[in-house]
Ligand binder design. Sequence first.
Ligand code: FAD
Ligand code: SIN
Length: 565
Amino acid sequence: MRQTDFLVIGSGIAGLTYALKVANEFPDKNVLVMTKATADETNTKYAQGGIAVVNDLENDSFQKHIDDTLIAGDGLCNINVVEIVVKEGPERVQEIIDWGAKFDKEKDGDYKRGKEGGHSEFRILHHKDVTGKEMERALIDAVAKQKNIEFIKHCFVVDIITQHHLGYLVNKATPDVACYGVYVLNLETGKIEKILAKITLLATGGNGQVYRTTTNPSIATGDGVAMVYRAKGRIENMEFIQFHPTALYEPGVRGQAFLITEAVRGDGGILRNNSGEAFMGKYDPRKDLAPRDIVARAIDSEMKKTGTEHVWLDCRHFSKEKFTEHFPNIYEKCLSIGIDITKHMIPVAPAAHYSCGGIKTDEWGRSSIWNLYACGECASTGLHGANRLASNSLLEAMVFAHRCYMDSTAHLNPPERRTSQSHKGQLYGEQKNFRISGSVQGQIPPSGGGEAVPDWNAAGTTEPKEMILITQSLKELQLVMSDYVGIVRNDVRLQRAMRRLDLLWEETEQLYESSSLSPQLLELRNMITVGYLIVKGASFRKESRGLHYNTDYPGKSNLIQNIVL
Ligand code: FAD
Ligand code: SIN
């Protein structure tokens, strides 16, 4: 058993920003950062376009960024949160610059600013087309200098510990569910360890791997959301999965697809269908720079009409110098597969990219579970509503990491019971039959303590005999989600998806009950839970709004609601 003051799960922009802040303010306290992968294998590392921020008040304004965010969010953003993120953003961006992140500059020393879909101004700071890699590098370097941060890699967090593990009945109606820490599978020893913490932050990122093709790396399996759901915390708006319009289409490639940043269209790239027609004008007056939901649906419609698996992104009118100055990584990637962007068009297709919903938090990053905070892509703060504005997520992660730091450190000594979060929106759905191992009778631990938390109970489990039971179920899950719960949905498809997920769930639970745990099994189990939450949210939403388009309900409902599960 280990004990720490602050436990941070995830080493992307959200987790590392929070860790740096608390470690800096409390040099005598321990901060433990854990990741299931290598230090920098995160969605953050792959971010290309940049970070949207207002830092040119001559040509831009907070109000314009707020309006752009609200328009993209299609009526479902929390206006208060939008104002917080936009207005606090510049200070947070300056902090990461002070930690060493470099953004491209003009010859006169001013920042270069890019544009992406849905933005009315050029406001996206970037580091060529590898902005996330640069930000992650700066954060990891800064963390390495902070003596009271311990960074543990290859540790897979299995579940958060609550009263449930002490033998108490916990359900959705339990008002005081508290987090005492986590159970972790140490991937080096294969043992499950117990880590107790006064404050736990979930910064576990997105869930793109639930779909067959995604821009997300393999870590993006929605673990944090699944854990909170199992622990009876609140999850919100999971139906709003953002498909990026332009992932590179490579025949036969499944899983992570290479992104062609929207900034390419911001600089003048043009989408064309199989006949060479620049089709976006038929769908939206903003053409190639309409918000992402509109562009992805337009591409989907063109692909269906022509029976092709991709459309084209035309950059042939760029000079090589201009293109490589901003997009050297994309240029090299295309060249490596025989595409010279000055001569050939780039084949592109939509791919799952970003989860707008997630663990419901308030404006301080507090989840519905005591002592448990969430920020970054795993959280649903209210910023994105029904569709995230491009390049707003790195900004959101930093603003909310700061807010989690402010609130959690104010409540640290002794850990206070705060007043319950009010959950706007309707509460739907019954949790299915989730088993959490290791539950025994015990005493409620003293506040912030955890002496009574039992060790993980793996009695009676054996090594799984056949990995194919896991790998095949994963393929099935990804197919079901891509074919029935993709860009365009309807009730029949959603019902079919739910029936298939039920079967996958049943089979995977049997495996989980009887097997010693592996990351593959844990991720599959989490992804089925996330798939279930997406389908459930999509089934409850009887309208088409933002990223959720259901042909049975093509219009918007007058009832504006968040779907809380
Ligand atoms: P991540 O950076 O994904 O980090 C998650 C961390 O959690 C990882 O360390 C992971 O290992 C760890 N983890 C997960 N589960 C467990 C577990 N069970 N146990 C232990 N550790 C766990 N946004 C923008 O604003 N601008 C952009 O230009 C942009 N471009 C993008 C391009 C691509 C290709 C992608 C995929 C995303 C892009 N995004 C962009 C979105 C943005 O990058 C992400 O939303 C953001 O980086 C998420 O940061 P995070 O800290 O929340 O999560
Ligand atoms: C991109 O660069 O196109 C991705 C930006 C984002 O997801 O915000």
